[in-house]
Ligand binder design. Structure first.
Ligand SMILES: Cc1cc2nc3c(=O)[nH]c(=O)nc-3n(C[C@H](O)[C@H](O)[C@H](O)COP(=O)(O)O)c2cc1C
Length: 413
């Protein structure tokens, strides 16, 4: 144990319901416990925890001090429903709101781009997944995901365990027999009526809460331009308060493109929540087959880091009875988002991304499938991208009245 004076503190993040928690609560007396007892807001991708109030999230809903809590903790235990090879939307939300634990600046770890540490220590992490009938492959997927999170977040894996959930549950943790009154609204499966040769509408969902000004939005615009017709683009930011309506709309389409930024090596929690809701809805009212495509972008350089996200989308598709038909993974997304509309796209650093999006558009048009495409910057070295980002953070912070050294703030109390 690492004692702070006389005190030490352990941190537990869990998504148990009240009944489940009551059964184990006495084992965690004295722990700092982060639980779904109060509403948590999703990360909106503003980087305020790096550039406005360094180390602390700007959304003051009681989950804003996660970075400091992780720092103060001797070790971290995470209990999560096994959800498509990763965390449940609540636990993922907590992680998304924790990026103040690291600095915005980039460094290289194991030949991959990651963030520099804000605090000097690494953190011991135990993860306990609950699921029903998890296969060896399911477990291996979750292990790979936790390893990626730990590489990114300076975690040292103490243990990863899988507990069999004895009651009949779906991957969102709800008893299978439950009647989901909340999902009645989404169960009148009025899927597009299509004629032979007509594949129906394509819905492009932009799951970045930065909305239209997001890199996801720009990549999806490019995709929409290449697909041409019969498209509807929806911004999750515009319907975040009416998720049932969004689910209903998504379930009415035959082809869906999930556009998203990668957050902490996974699907952003706001989208994950919608995916969980869709799974519940199709359980109540099985839907016809849907073709699922994905466009995922990320801040780091190497698109290969998106592998876990695409796997999670694939696992979710299978759970829902949909067909996963391929995705595009975009590295250096903050640069590619800006460049994707440029006229010299054919030859500039965005070349690979433009080509990948055009290939994806081709298969979406013909309602067919493609292997995942990993698109990195074309002839633009990682060191140059890192240098540019390193210059950009203090400039952006200056606009908020902060000095370069303010970005390094450690919250010790
Ligand atoms: C909470 C949060 C977590 C993030 N985690 C990662 C990450 O694990 N790896 C990565 O490469 N980028 C990460 N990013 C960076 C975003 O993926 C990147 O900025 C992306 O371009 C944002 O896309 P958007 O404009 O469509 O939202 C994260 C950003 C946020 C806000």
């Amino acid at each position: 144990m690492q004692y702070q004076g006389e005190k030490y503190m352990n941190l537990l993040i869990h998504d148990l319901d009240e009944k489940e928690w009551e059964q184990i609560a006495q084992d965690y007396r004295g722990w700092e416990v982060i639980a779904p007892s109060k509403e948590i807001k999703p990360c909106v991708g503003c980087f305020g925890c790096w550039l406005k109030t360094p180390g602390e999230c700007v959304i003051k809903d009681g989950y804003n001090r996660m970075g400091a809590l992780i720092h103060q903790a001797d070790e971290l235990v995470v209990m999560s429903k096994y959800t498509y090879g990763g965390f449940s939307s609540f636990v993922k939300n907590v992680f998304d709101r924790s990026i103040g634990w690291v600095l915005p600046y980039f460094t290289i770890v194991d030949n991959e781009m990651h963030h520099k540490k804000r605090y000097p220590e690494d953190k011991k992490i135990t993860v306990i997944f609950r699921g029903k009938g998890l296969t060896k492959e399911d477990q291996a997927d979750a292990k790979r995901y936790v390893e990626a999170v730990c590489r990114n977040f300076y975690g040292v894996i103490k243990d990863i365990r899988f507990e069999e959930q004895n009651k009949a549950v779906d991957s969102t943790g709800n008893e299978e027999s439950t009647t989901y009154s909340a999902y009645k609204a989404v169960t009148d499966c009025n899927t597009d009526k299509t004629c032979a040769g007509d594949f129906g509408r394509v819905i492009l969902l932009n799951a970045s809460l930065r909305g239209e000004s997001s890199n996801t939005g720009r990549l999806l615009d490019k995709l929409a331009g290449s697909i041409g017709e019969n498209i509807e683009t929806i911004n999750l930011s515009a319907c975040i308060n009416n998720p049932e309506e969004l689910v209903k709309k998504l379930l009415s389409a035959k082809r869906i493109v999930l556009g998203m930024p990668m957050y902490v090596d996974g699907i952003p929690s706001a989208l994950l929540r919608i995916m969980e809701m869709m799974e519940k809805a199709v359980r109540t009212c099985p839907s016809d087959d849907k073709k699922i495509y994905a466009v995922v972008n990320m801040g780091f350089y190497e698109s290969r880091q998106i592998k876990n996200v695409l796997k999670q989308v694939r696992k979710w598709s299978k759970k829902c009875g949909f067909s996963y038909c391929g995705g595009v993974a975009v590295g250096a997304g903050e640069m590619m988002g800006m460049l994707v509309k440029s006229i010299n796209g054919a030859n500039g650093p965005v070349k690979n991304v433009v080509e990948a999006i055009e290939s994806l558009a081709g298969v979406i048009k013909s309602s067919s499938a493609i292997d995942d495409i990993y698109a990195d910057a074309y002839k633009f070295p990682r060191s140059a991208y890192m240098f540019m980002a390193g210059m950009g953070w203090p400039k952006a912070a200056k606009l908020n009245g902060l000095k370069k050294k303010d970005l390094l703030k450690r919250i010790e109390e």
